[in-house]
Every structure is written in structure tokens, then in C-alpha cells.
Design a protein around this ligand. Structure first.
Ligand code: SF4
Length: 398
């Protein structure tokens, strides 16, 4: 697959760069009542622990806006306020947050947006223009009859042009719809006409299963065509799941490398161990590791090492005794009942070794060139691997 990222402008949401050659960042949104500072901060901590790089909170009223300073003071990643209808909430939020999301379809008269621009400009923070299929402006609905990709694109371009007309360019754009085709077409159309960074998402995608599939198809298609600078997978679930799925989409396209990638065989009649249980347990117990590692769980030794040679480390089941292998080479035989714990210990060890190597590389690279220490949520490996993947050259036919 060929992926060349579309060139976009770069903006900064707090310390996170979005657009240009910055890694495609993973966002999520809290589901708590924002007025409940303790519950919101607790969920933010869970999202941060899962690797979430930018977190958005809903600000539906002034009480929620008033809670933002306390929330912001207790979090490490950048904070975005999500505003609909009332521009005064955006004005209040802009005093604290790292980015303000407004929806041009429901914010009302232009003077209200102008006040928001003034407020974000004063703090030097960006705006996210968040167009949504469910809340298009009346004139566009009258023109197109119902929400379409063209209507979404026109709404976003209208907002962008209006902001540009007053000299404001510090923005990113989203064009979300729950219909995968509509969202994909809208992002595609917009990306042909504008180079502002894009926040990808399929809105109201559904439960963990349906939402992940829809998002993987929609967001995955766009990313594989080089479109998208940051993303949120919207799920009717614990938002931590959104972060996990977001990274899995990026990992599958080799646009980010982060944490454990469990490779598990589908099992067949030769299976000697409980591959499904083990693979699930591995994902859970090794979820804290940020170092990119491919870990393989194979049901038998028949094709075991061969099938797992792409893995950094792995196990293959056997009758009473399985094997532990590393980079396709047998490390040692292990009794079946000890396979799981042995693998976990070895992965932890390998992750520490790799992290130490990366830290050394970063330290060596930073001498004399003033480069900064990578974010705790991003390994050096990850930063460099998120750049454009070049097209392989196909052999010429003779
Ligand atoms: S590794 Fe063994 S059990 Fe798993 S699919 Fe291959 S042959 Fe079947």
C-alpha cells in the first residue's frame, strides 16, 4: 500500500503539533459531566494512561466552563473545549483551554464567531471548525435538500473563508457524518480545496464493534490516501476504547508504532494452547507498554516459528511443552502452564531494553542540535516512523 501524506499547514494544540509532518495524533472526549471535576479528571487520567494525546470535554453551560481551570490544572495533555450554540461559552473556555471547537452550523450570527476569534487570538490558541452532518446551516440544507458531502464541504469552506477574510488561519477542520461514505467524500472534497489540517472522525459510529469497523473503514480509507492529521474514533463505550482503536488503525497502516501489537493465529485443528484467551490477556496485561513490539501467540509449533518470524518475540504451543522464540529463533522450551507468564516477563524485559536503546539514541541525537526530549506519550521510534511512507518501486516489465 502506498501512503504519501497530504501536505497540510501545521498548528499547535498545546504542546501537540497537528498537521505538516507531525505524527497523526489520537484524541478522545470525556463522557463525564464536565461540572463534576473529580470524575472528569479521573477519566482524563485513564485516557492519558491509554496514550490519548489530546482530550476534549463538552462545555454545555457556564458551570462547565467555570470548571475548566480546575480540570486543566490536573491534566498533562492539551485540553479542547467542545462548544455548541452559545458563543459565550467559547469566550469563557478560551481563557483556559488549548483549542476551542465550534460548530459553524449552530453558533449563529457572524459577530459571535468574530468575538470567539478575538478571544482565541488573544491567547494564540487554535480553533477547530467542526462541521457535522446533523447540524448544517439552514441555507445549505435548503440548497442541497438534505445533508450531503458537498453540503458539509461547502459549510466548512464557508467557515474557513470567513475566518481567512479577517486574517485568521490558526485552525483545523473536521467534517463528520455518521454515514461512512458521506464523511469520507466530504473529507476528500475538502482536502482537494484546502490545506488546513484535518481532524478525522465518523460521528456517532456506534458500539465498540460497529463503531470500530466503521471508523477503521472510513478513517482508514482517508489515512491510506494521505488525508488526516489527527483523529478521534467515536464509540458508544468507555472513551479509553476510542484511544485503543485509534492507535490500532494507525498501527495497521504503519503510520504510528506504539505499544504491543499482538499477532495471534486464527487457530485450527492443530491448536495446543488457548490462543484466544492468551491473546486477550496479553493485550490487557501489556497495555501499559509504549515501546512498539510485535508479540506473537501461535497455537502450535508446526508452522510456529515460521509464522511468527515477523514478531519480536512470541510463543507457540506444543503438547505439554511450548516454545519461546525471538525474531524467529528458538529461545527455549517452556512447559505449557508457564508459557503465558514467561512471555509476559520476557516482553517486559525486551520493552525496557528497547526503551533504553531509544533513550540512548535520542540523547546521542540531541547533543549539539538542541532537539527536544520526546513526549512521554511518544517514543522516538514513533515520531520518525509516522512520516510519509514512500512508494515502493515496482519492477519494470521486460
Ligand atoms: S499456528 Fe498452528 S494452530 Fe495456529 S493456525 Fe497455524 S497451524 Fe493452526
Amino acid at each position: 500500500m502506498y501512503i504519501t501524506r497530504r501536505k497540510t499547514r501545521q498548528i499547535k494544540v498545546g504542546k501537540v503539533k497537528i498537521g505538516g509532518d507531525a505524527p497523526i495524533s489520537v484524541q478522545s472526549m470525556t463522557t463525564t459531566d464536565t461540572r463534576d471535576v473529580m470524575a472528569t479528571v479521573e477519566q482524563i487520567r485513564q485516557l492519558e494512561a491509554a496514550g490519548c494525546e489530546v482530550i476534549r470535554v463538552a462545555v454545555p453551560d457556564m458551570e462547565s466552563a467555570a470548571a475548566l481551570p480546575k480540570i486543566k490544572s490536573q491534566m498533562a495533555v492539551p485540553l479542547i473545549s467542545d462548544i455548541h450554540f452559545d458563543h459565550r461559552l467559547a469566550l469563557k473556555a478560551a481563557e483556559v483551554v488549548d483549542c476551542v471547537r465550534i460548530n459553524p452550523g449552530n453558533i449563529g450570527a457572524w459577530w459571535k464567531t468574530a468575538e470567539v476569534i478575538k478571544a482565541v487570538n488573544e491567547r494564540g490558541i487554535p480553533l477547530r471548525i467542526g462541521v457535522n452532518g446533523g447540524s448544517l446551516e439552514r441555507p445549505l440544507l435548503d440548497k442541497y435538500g438534505y445533508p450531503t458531502a458537498e453540503a458539509l464541504t461547502e459549510s466548512a469552506l464557508n467557515a474557513v473563508h470567513a475566518l481567512e477574510d479577517v486574517g485568521f488561519t490558526n485552525m483545523k477542520v473536521s467534517l463528520k457524518a455518521s454515514d461512512v461514505h458521506m464523511a469520507v467524500d466530504a473529507y476528500w472534497l475538502f482536502s482537494q480545496q484546502s490545506d488546513y489540517p484535518l481532524h478525522l472522525g465518523i460521528t456517532e459510529a456506534g458500539t465498540v464493534l460497529t463503531g470500530s469497523v466503521k471508523s477503521a473503514i472510513g478513517i482508514g480509507w482517508l489515512l491510506s490516501h494521505g488525508i488526516g492529521d489527527t483523529l478521534r474514533v467515536s464509540l458508544a463505550a468507555d472513551p479509553v476504547e476510542e484511544v485503543k482503536v485509534g492507535f490500532e488503525i494507525l498501527k495497521s497502516l504503519e503510520l504510528r508504532h506504539r505499544g504491543i501489537n499482538v499477532i495471534a493465529c486464527p487457530t485450527c485443528g492443530r491448536v495446543e494452547i488457548d490462543v484466544v484467551r492468551m491473546a486477550n490477556e496479553l493485550e490487557k496485561r501489556l497495555g501499559h507498554i509504549r515501546t512498539p513490539l510485535n508479540v506473537s501467540v501461535l497455537g502450535c509449533v508446526v508452522n510456529g516459528i515460521g509464522e511468527g518470524k515477523e514478531a519480536d518475540i512470541g510463543i507457540a504451543g506444543g503438547e505439554g511443552v511450548g516454545i519461546l522464540f525471538k525474531k524467529g529463533k528458538l529461545l527455549r522450551k517452556v512447559p505449557t502452564e508457564e508459557l503465558m507468564e514467561t512471555l509476559i516477563q520476557e516482553v517486559e524485559l525486551l520493552a525496557k531494553e528497547k526503551a533504553a536503546e531509544e533513550a540512548d539514541d535520542v540523547a546521542a541525537g540531541s547533543h549539539g542540535n538542541g532537539s527536544s526530549t520526546p513526549s512521554p506519550h511518544r517514543s522516538a521510534n514513533e515520531s520518525s516512523s509516522s512520516l510519509t511512507r514512500d512508494l515502493p518501486v515496482l519492477p519494470q516489465k521486460k
